[in-house]
Design a protein around this ligand. Structure first.
Ligand code: ZN
Ligand code: ZN
Ligand code: ZN
Length: 144
């Protein structure tokens, strides 16, 4: 993925997506600081970077939401993350929490073509090892 996202930025985008879209819960910079076990100013620092890239918006009461661009990137990141988790758990027999940690380190840097092929190889799994849905948008293997 050539979006120049840091690991932290990627983790925040994924977390904002799972909280606000999948779980239907509002999320603030304070919540994110708690989830990632950092002080609120550090969380705000990451959020400012994401806001500058126009991936998130700060709404009333400090609620954070994804922009359309942020939503697209989060879906793509979570596709890579969860497909990679399935690979680590099914093929390499890793535990799901370990798989999640490894996936966090690579989901934002893995080449899209590699993930697309890995996804096809795994028969487009519907869920990750945490029972979270995998959305396959633009996930078609290009034939040459
Ligand atoms: Zn995970
Ligand atoms: Zn998962
Ligand atoms: Zn896929």
């Amino acid at each position: 993925m050539s979006r120049n996202l840091s690991r932290a930025e990627s983790c925040y985008l994924k977390r904002i997506y799972t909280s606000t879209i999948e779980d239907g819960r509002q999320i603030t910079s304070g919540d994110l600081a708690k989830m990632f076990n950092v002080k609120t100013p550090s969380a705000i620092d990451i959020l400012n970077k994401l806001e500058k890239k126009m991936y998130i918006k700060k709404e009333k009461y400090g609620h954070i939401t994804l922009t359309q661009a942020g939503y697209r990137v989060a879906v793509e990141l979570l596709h890579a993350h969860r497909v990679f988790e399935v690979f680590l758990v099914e093929a390499l027999k890793m535990k799901s929490n370990e798989a999640c940690e490894v996936a966090d380190c690579v989901d934002h840097v893995l080449d899209k073509e590699v993930i697309t092929r890995l996804c096809a190889y795994l028969n487009k799994p519907e869920k990750c090892c945490h029972n979270r849905a995998i959305i396959h948008i633009g996930c078609e293997v290009r034939r040459k």
